[in-house]
Ligand binder design. Structure first.
Ligand SMILES: [Zn+2]
Length: 489
């Protein structure tokens, strides 16, 4: 029996205080591309996403919407689930923190951490931001406000709370970052985390008293478990906990893909929790940047929140997927504008890919000779390089590499002028173009799954895996279809 490598990848679970915007879609799409690529390589992939449904902010949002909290989280969670379906996100599971399977494992993990002597009772006093669901340290507060939520008033809270001995893990965390340089990815985000950990870690308050909507703290039910502490455990509860079958097969996670605003929780608190519970650590936490819209931060009050589903309905799912990954080097901050979006569609999806496929299929359909010849385009493709870039989560660079192959193929058409050729010579050029198009469909399938499928259908070939990315005999039955993308005026 062949044993395939396993690959476990997650998005963060999304907070259901509001419906998904392109920032959420960006994380989901990038994670999906990685999952699909690893499947293409024949690996055993588990891709999980879900929703984070507890905390004061959600209680408030439900109240504002005149709904019970349960109704509210059910509705918003469903909008995420539906959005991912529309955007062709191929997740294997979708976990919600209000599910019993999650609560059960939260209890198990907290008991393990407690068994290790890492939980104690005390008092906490500090400024609490309900937007972040966390207390803010003095260095984080700017002009008496949380910089991420300047419209919300910070609350001075003093309450009995249980603490997690985060401070105990300072050295072990620094050791982890040193020994596993890929743990904090991309590299340019590592110094911020490392310096903050070096400054010293305070123990973390992990329970709240004045809160209804949450998981009762397993050690004292008059407290509710702090939302962040239990939410992170989803990555394990979805596997059935430390004794689950899936856990044995898939843990540790290969990649936790997150937005930079939650890097701290994933790169510091989560590994410390796991160390305390005696569990293996994830291999990589990759935190990507933020999207601004026409130069401004996306926000409800500015009314500039971009709905990824509406955008996909207006243009196409693959146009959205393409733009988000292509526009800005993956990891860095990006700027959305409709003008840029349309430029990418017209200049790249229509002019490079769409035209190529249409030209190739038109030539092949008209030709009645033998489609055979010598591979002349294979040398323009470096699939090992693409694979390496994707392994390093350089999703934009890998896409550019695929695109340079598409452009090289367009150049090949122009240079060979097949419209002037006949017979064997023409058969050879068509052979090369069909094999190239077939290979391109495989290569883009992680990024643009729907487009890849349409190309395969027109070529009359099976979709294929990474093993099929080599030139052989073209065996498809060609049937030209509609243009893959239409130009936007
Ligand atoms: Zn805040």
């Amino acid at each position: 029996m062949i044993k395939f490598a396993k690959f476990y990848i997650t998005t963060p679970i999304f907070y259901v205080n509001a419906e998904p915007h392109i920032g959420h879609a960006y994380t989901a799409i990038a994670t999906d591309i990685l999952a699909r690529w690893h499947r293409l390589k024949g690996e055993d992939v588990l891709f999980v996403t879900g929703t984070d449904e507890h905390g004061e902010k959600i209680e408030k949002a439900a109240e504002a919407a005149s709904k019970t909290t349960k109704e509210f989280v059910d509705e918003v969670s469903a909008t995420f689930k539906n959005a991912w379906k529309k955007l062709n996100i191929s997740n294997d599971d979708f976990i919600r923190t209000t599910e019993e399977r999650h609560k059960k494992i939260v209890k198990e993990i907290i008991e393990k951490v407690n068994g290790n002597g890492d939980i104690y009772k005390g008092f906490y006093e500090g400024y609490y931001c309900t937007g972040c669901e966390s207390f803010k340290t003095e260095t984080e507060i700017v002009d008496g406000k949380c910089p991420d939520h300047p419209n919300l008033k910070l609350k001075l809270l003093k309450e009995e709370t249980y603490f997690f001995r985060l401070s105990k893990y300072q050295d072990q965390l620094l050791e982890l970052y040193k020994k596993n340089p890929d743990f904090l990815s991309p590299k340019f985000r590592a110094p911020e985390i490392i310096n903050r950990v070096k400054e010293g870690l305070k123990d973390l308050s992990i329970t709240r008293q004045k809160l209804e909507w949450g998981i009762p703290f397993p050690l004292d039910e008059s407290h509710v478990t702090y939302v962040w502490v239990e939410a992170l455990i989803n990555y394990i509860s979805v596997l059935g906990g430390p004794n689950g079958k899936l856990f044995k097969k898939f843990w540790p996670a290969d990649v936790h893909l997150v937005g930079k605003e939650i890097n701290w929780f994933h790169s510091v608190i989560w590994p410390a929790q796991l160390m305390s519970a005696g569990l293996e650590l994830p291999k990589t936490v990759f935190s990507h940047g933020w999207w601004t819209v026409e130069g401004q931060k996306m926000s409800k009050s500015l009314g500039n929140v971009i709905d990824p589903v509406k955008l996909a309905e207006k243009y196409s799912v693959d146009a959205v997927r393409y733009f988000l990954i292509r526009e800005t080097p993956f990891g860095e901050d990006g700027e959305y504008s409709e003008k840029k979006f349309i430029e990418r569609i017209n200049g790249e999806l229509v002019a490079d890919l769409g035209n190529l496929v249409y030209r190739v299929l038109s030539l092949a359909e008209k030709f009645d000779g033998k489609i055979e010849g010598k591979p002349e385009l294979e040398s323009k493709l470096d699939v090992k390089k693409i694979d390496k870039l994707i392994s390093e989560i350089k999703l934009t660079d890998a896409l550019l590499e695929i695109w340079s192959f598409i452009r090289a193929t367009n150049k090949y058409v122009n240079e060979n002028e097949p419209w002037k050729l006949k017979g064997k010579e023409l058969g050879n050029v068509i052979y090369n173009l069909l094999e190239t198009t077939r290979v391109i469909a495989i290569l883009i399938s992680s990024y643009l799954p729907e487009t890849a499928e349409r190309i395969s259908q027109q070529l009359g070939t099976k979709p294929g895996t990474l093993k099929d990315v080599k030139f052989g005999k073209f065996a498809g039955k060609v049937k030209k279809g509609k243009y893959l993308f239409t130009k936007i005026e």
